[in-house]
Design a protein around this ligand. Structure first.
Ligand code: PLP
Length: 385
């Protein structure tokens, strides 16, 4: 008996998980997965310990503890200029990962077309297939990843339930300009589809680029759903706290799905997260300065190693161009890199729908010591090939 769902055959194993396993096996420095190798702010850790002691050990409210929802609403209102309320606009999820799946599960019917810019964060493909939707990829060509207005318009005209916009984007590091977002907003208004944004890197945007909240564009709040997370902003990827922001009607639908799937994320960690959300603006500037420094360290090693790359506008990844290094493809390069150089990265082809095999993604959310060690190893690439 073939007992597995045929949906599983529609998407591959996670390339990131595969490269994490290779990093562990070869003891390579892991620049594959997108997590920091340093601690979150001490105040948050202390708050988590206190929350455990103070008895936050049973189910929180399924939509997220009201404390946390209000803190998320206040922070998002502060940065976006919208007037949001924790009771009616915020649902707390198990990371941005659950946020996206919950939103799609509440919105799409089997056969609905969901537009996704390619390259794309790998979860979107799996999410859409798990729900029997049809992913439709809109290519953004490297190295500048500009939207081709004609291509996007054409796909929208064929019918679209939703468009996913990852901003800043993983893996490209693209930050959408206000003009691009306004173009998408005009299309959403004309052709009536939802825009689902994934803004987990909202605070890691390198000047002169700027983050614009799509949902704050005129008329867009009812047309859009914001998925975000505390994972990257507070360096707590293991805490599994994300959220969805939407109007009240959509929010109730998302909570209906969320109630039956995960019910909620860890209650004591929700209490502790409130401390982070109440940090002053300086916290976000310090976080950004840190990532500017890590980006600069990493890119300077790439320069010294004579490797070409696409400078990221945001998020904490860099795409390195391996075309001239003589490997069969990006997978062959990544396997060789982990084994021979001791650095793990992710083959870029796993993020593209089109056959793009000359890019490799490195994560620079690491301590300076890790970045220097990885950089020193990368300097040996040319002599070892
Ligand atoms: C673009 C993007 N969205 C969502 C996620 C998932 O984040 P979370 O830890 O909040 O589930 C990631 C994690 O790498 C990501 O890069």
């Amino acid at each position: 008996m073939d007992s597995l769902s045929s949906r599983l055959a529609r998407f591959p194993e996670s390339a990131i998980s595969e490269m994490n396993a290779l990093a562990a096996q070869t003891q390579a420095i892991n620049l594959a997965s997108g997590f920091p190798d340093f601690d979150p702010p001490q105040e948050i850790i202390e708050a988590a310990v206190q929350a455990l002691r103070k008895g936050y050990n049973q189910y929180a409210h399924p939509a997220g503890s009201l404390n946390l929802r209000q803190a998320i609403a206040a922070k998002q209102s502060h940065f976006s200029g919208l007037l949001l309320d924790g009771e009616s606009n915020v649902t707390v999820t198990c990371g941005g990962t659950e946020a996206m799946l919950t939103v799609l599960a509440a919105l799409i019917n089997p056969g609905d077309r969901v537009l996704v810019f390619s390259p794309f964060y790998e979860n979107y493909l799996a999410d859409i297939h798990l729900l029997d939707g049809i992913p439709v990829f809109i290519p953004l060509r490297p190295p500048d990843f500009q939207i081709d207005p004609a291509v996007l318009t054409q796909e929208v005209q064929k019918g679209a339930k939703a468009l996913i916009v990852c901003n800043p984007a993983n893996p490209s590091g693209k930050v959408f300009s206000k003009t691009e977002l306004q173009f998408i907003a005009d299309l959403a208004q004309t052709y009536d589809f939802y825009v689902i944004t994934d803004e987990v890197y909202e605070h890691i945007v390198f000047p002169p680029h700027r983050h614009y909240y799509f949902s704050a564009l005129p008329g867009m709040f009812e047309h859009s759903i914001t998925c975000s997370s505390l994972s990257k902003t507070y360096s707590i990827t293991g805490w599994r706290i994300g959220y969805i922001i939407a109007d009240q009607k959509l929010t109730l639908s998302f909570r209906k799905v969320h109630d039956y799937t995960t019910l909620g994320t860890a209650a004591p960690l929700q209490e502790a997260a409130v401390v982070g959300l109440n940090f002053p603006d300086q916290y976000y500037q310090t976080l950004l300065n840190y990532y500017i420094e890590m980006r600069d360290i990493f890119l300077s090693y790439l320069d010294q190693a004579g490797l070409n790359y696409i400078p990221p506008q945001g998020a904490y990844f860099a795409l390195v161009d391996i075309s001239e290094l003589g490997f069969a493809d990006d997978w062959a390069f990544c396997r060789w890199l982990a084994r021979e150089i001791g650095v793990a990265a992710v083959p870029g082809s796993s993020f593209f729908y089109e056959p793009v095999q000359h890019l490799v993604r490195f994560n620079f959310a690491k301590s300076p010591a890790t970045m220097h060690e990885a950089g020193q190893r990368l300097l040996r690439i040319r002599e070892k090939i």
